[in-house]
Write a protein that binds this ligand. Structure first.
Ligand code: ZN
Ligand code: ZN
Length: 296
């Protein structure tokens, strides 16, 4: 793959954006496990996973954490929308923004919701109905007015998006409690990987992750912990480290690493320090923050 030119810009988190026919990734929620708002996390952001991807005129959404509410507000003016939402999995921090995504209440919109981690007879529609159910939640997903199609698949499949010629979405299973799916979006000769939530086994690089990442221009990866924190307290919790991300990205010839799914207890100063260490270990690596936009 040819040498990549990767630009990072920090843009205001308001208003719709245009990829001007290109490939663009914008971060609306970067936090793991639970939203962590407050003055100590204001610079990187406290919202949980939500990413907007533009491939020309196609809109792809990654995960439905609390950041998705802000993304939805910015998208209102773009109705009618026809978009695909890819869920890594259905743990709360990745779906709790869905009921507050206003474009789901605009009847002129159409969304396809994709999930590949569910087995044993479960479907995404059923899981969302059980999550949006009394007494946990006041209204069921039937209140959405947009046309919503639920697309269950098996992690590892390559997905075909209706009418999206030129966009390929490859997937791989991740190592996470209840399962999760990693994604690789390919468009215009470039590629972006979204790999969260996943736990590594020290000394044994995950071959499926390496296969998905190979040669990618950008890899967004679960860097919830440091190697030290992981070894001391978090084996079996389903997450990885920024040091493992660097090892994987180097082995898979990834051009740019984006540190993602920040520990809610890692405040801005801590993220600054991690950012310095990551950039020293892998030049060009960046820590995801709300409002950051990248062009592969
Ligand atoms: Zn998570
Ligand atoms: Zn999870």
């Amino acid at each position: 793959m040819q040498a990549a030119r990767v630009r990072a810009t920090v843009a205001p988190v308001s208003g719709g954006i245009s990829a001007a026919g290109g490939f663009l990734v914008r971060f609306w929620g970067v936090r793991g496990s639970i939203a962590a708002p407050g003055p100590a996390t204001a610079r990187y952001g406290g919202n949980t996973s939500s990413i907007e991807v533009r491939c020309g005129d196609r809109l792809l959404l990654l995960d439905g954490g609390t950041g998705m509410r802000y993304l939805g507000n910015a998208l209102l003016a773009e109705a009618p929308l026809d978009a695909d939402l890819f869920l890594t999995h259905t743990h709360f921090d990745h779906v709790c923004g869905l009921p507050f995504f206003k474009p789901f209440f605009q009847p002129e919109n159409r969304f396809r919701l994709w999930a590949g981690h569910l087995g044993s007879g479960l479907t995404l529609h059923r899981v969302l109905r059980e999550f949006m159910m009394a007494p946990l939640f006041p209204v069921p997903p039937d209140v959405f007015k947009a046309t919503i199609e639920y697309r269950d698949f098996k992690s590892g499949a390559t997905l075909r998006l209706p009418g999206a010629h030129g966009v390929t979405v490859r997937t791989a299973p991740l190592n996470h409690p209840d399962g999760a799916t990693g994604y690789r979006i390919e468009y215009a000769g470039k590629s972006v990987c979204y790999i969260t939530d996943t736990e590594h086994v020290p000394g044994k690089p995950d071959r499926k992750v390496l296969g998905l990442m190979e040669g990618a221009d950008i890899a967004i990866y679960d860097c919830m912990y440091t190697d030290e924190e992981f070894a001391k307290s978090y084996v079996g919790w389903g997450h990885s480290t920024w040091q493992e991300a660097v090892r994987l990205c180097k082995a898979a010839h990834v051009k740019k690493l984006v540190v993602f799914h920040h520990d809610p207890d890692h405040d801005d100063d801590r993220m600054d320090a991690i950012g310095r260490e990551v950039a020293a270990a892998m030049p060009g690596a960046v820590v995801a923050r709300e409002g950051m936009a990248l062009t592969p």
